[in-house]
Design a protein around this ligand. Structure first.
Ligand code: CAA
Ligand code: NAD
Length: 287
């Protein structure tokens, strides 16, 4: 099956990046958000990202226009999504919300449509179980920022069939991504390794071992990481980091996955990192 049209449900940090890369790769992209206001802001964010690529000489003005012509946005899930060959869900990391969306998509889309989730940690088989097509459900886990990060982690459940994995792989290749295949186990591969590192960075800060800047600079200059753990947690989103930690701790029970109290308190305070304008650092405005 050749994918021509991709639905992207949820156009936040990740959905906007997935939509942008898909549109630049020549797919027709149908974006869905919760409200008109959010949709407008998100489409503007994609436009800015495309403009930045043109300014840096990475994209021609004609290719920018072509990418924009490939994208359309609307609010809510309706029958217009029935034209999608593949739908990638990228809404907030919340099991019930994602299951509702998979149930709705299963009702809207024809039997041939593949349904994917960009979840960081939720069990993909629990999303597949909300549909009547579990063999055509998989995880397509992109990395932030999607236009820059080379990896796409394909997550195969015990029911995902070979044909579905092959189609997802072909889409990833056309998007220019390098792929790894992971089992549908908590955190898959990358977050199983990355999240305990981020949590340890937060614990080091919580315990007053060093300033936030020195912790981040330590890992940037001492281990050659592009961002230190506190900056990276803000970048990922503290709500997403907390949610993933809670899933890992609940499923694996190891204390290295236990969320530090400081992380939980910051999320309760609405300090979600860059996207809310404040996390471990202050960013002036949300982005
Ligand atoms: N969209 C598009 N392009 C972007 C971008 C964005 N949001 N942010 C940065 N870029 C591009 C810039 O245009 C620039 O391109 P050129 O080199 O071609 O000019 C390049 O990326 C580098 O950007 P900057 O010079 O502005 O900044 P930088 O050197 O500090 O790099 C970064 C920014 C690429 C984000 C880098 O800091 C980095 O790699 N950070 C770590 C990111 C990371 O680990 N992501 C994974 C998070 S975990 C995850 O995603 C999984 C999960 O489930 C939680
Ligand atoms: P985000 O908060 O930036 O965006 C989520 C978007 O979903 C918001 O724009 C919200 O309005 C929208 N949304 C919520 N309910 C919706 C609905 N019913 N219909 C349509 N849109 C709806 O979050 P994000 O960081 O983009 O994360 C999205 C998903 O990607 C999560 O599952 C997360 O775990 C995963 N993920 C995040 C990262 C990261 O670094 N932030 C990396 C990889 C994967």
């Amino acid at each position: 099956m050749e994918v021509k049209t991709i639905g992207v449900i949820g156009c936040g940090l990740m959905g906007s990046g997935i939509a942008e890369v898909a549109a630049k790769s020549g797919f027709q992209v149908l974006i869905r958000e919760q409200t008109e206001q959010l949709l407008t802001t998100r489409m503007q964010r994609i436009e800015q990202s495309l403009e930045r690529a043109v300014a840096k000489g990475k994209l021609s003005a004609a290719d920018k226009a072509a990418a924009q012509a490939n994208m359309s946005g609307a609010v809510g899930l309706d029958d217009s999504l029935a034209v999608c060959d593949l739908v990638i869900e990228a809404v907030t990391e919340d099991m019930e919300l994602k299951q509702d969306i998979f149930r709705s998509l299963d009702g809207i889309c024809p039997a041939s449509t593949i349904l994917a989730s960009n979840t960081s940690s939720i069990s993909v088989i629990d999303l597949a179980a909300a549909t009547r097509r579990p063999t055509q459900v998989l995880g397509m886990h992109f990395f932030n920022p999607v236009p820059v990060m080379p990896l796409l982690e394909l997550v195969r459940t015990v029911q995902t069939d070979d044909a579905t994995l092959d189609v997802a792989r072909a889409v990833g290749e056309r998007m220019g991504k390098k792929m790894i295949v992971a089992k549908d186990a908590p955190g898959f591969v990358v977050n199983r390794l990355l999240i305990p590192y981020l949590l340890d960075g937060i614990r080091v800060y919580e315990q007053g071992l060093a300033s936030r800047e020195d912790i981040d600079n330590g890992m940037m200059m001492g281990a050659n990481h592009p961002m230190g753990p506190l900056t990276l947690s803000d970048f990922v989103g503290l709500d997403t980091t907390l949610f993933v930690a809670d899933v890992l701790f609940e499923e694996l029970g190891e204390t290295r996955f236990k969320a530090p109290t400081l992380l939980r308190r910051l999320v309760s305070a609405g300090h979600l990192g860059r996207k809310s304008g404040r996390g471990f650092y202050e960013y002036g405005s949300s982005r």
